[in-house]
Design a protein around this ligand. Structure first.
Ligand code: AMP
Length: 215
């Protein structure tokens, strides 16, 4: 069964961590636009050079550019049975573009992982990622090694406190309005992200089952 899932929620709400789990559970690709951009920066591709300063400041890459990256990604064969979008859409124009991109496919399921600001700031301050494979390692510590690939775990440049403040402001101004855009759809659901991983995962499974019963 096709599942076209969008994860919404502020930076640090746990989207990436839950996405890794959902990708295994549903057999659909985890498409993280942030991870794709970070990879381009790391490889110093033309795209990477274009977006490097934007990522470092916590601002947003322009809607047309990011939409074309997602459009291209959807052409790959692993998206046949659906996809799991993490970090896209991030603005209402991107959400409108996504609606156009999926014409003829199953409706989008939108899952908001809600989390209060105080909790976000605390989580981002301690979050580390693998500098080789990009895996989020929320329960691990800086300077350890990744248990998937052995790469060094580091803090993301944009998780530094000064950049986090800007990212949260950008989220409030540009991304939070997406909740209003999607909320009235029968395929929208919200879970409380301010819980342990297993509890959030359990609530997500229950929410997705409820939505599917309604189909
Ligand atoms: P993330 O890993 O989702 O927190 O994304 C990291 C950074 O990549 C963001 O702070 C933005 O600079 C950029 N980015 C990722 N996704 C998008 C998007 N859909 N639209 C614009 N910029 C994005």
């Amino acid at each position: 069964m096709e599942l076209n899932l969008v994860l919404l929620g502020p930076p640090g709400a746990g989207k990436g961590t839950q996405a890794t789990h959902l990708q295994r559970q549903w057999g659909i690709p985890h498409i993280s636009t942030g991870a794709m951009l970070r990879d381009a920066v790391k490889r110093r591709t033309p795209l990477g050079l274009e977006v490097e300063a934007i990522l470092a400041s916590g601002g947003l890459v322009n809607d047309g550019l990011i939409t074309s990256i997602v459009r291209e990604r959807f052409q790959e064969s692993d998206c046949r049975n659906g996809f799991l979008l993490d970090g896209f859409p991030r603005t209402v124009p991107q959400a409108r573009a996504l609606d156009r991109l999926i014409v003829g496919r199953s409706p989008l399921v939108i899952l908001e992982i809600a989390c209060p600001d105080e909790d976000i700031i605390r989580r981002l301050a301690s979050r580390v990622v693998c500098s080789e494979c990009g895996r989020n390692a929320p329960e691990e510590v800086e300077h350890a090694t990744c248990h998937d690939c052995g790469g060094p775990l580091v803090q993301r440049q944009d998780d530094k406190a000064s950049v986090v403040r800007n990212r949260l402001q950008v989220y409030r101004e540009q991304t939070a309005p997406l909740i209003g855009y999607y909320e009235a759809r029968p395929t929208f659901c919200r879970v409380n992200g301010n819980q342990l991983f297993d509890a959030v995962a359990r609530d997500i499974t229950a929410a997705l089952a409820r939505i599917q019963r309604g189909w």
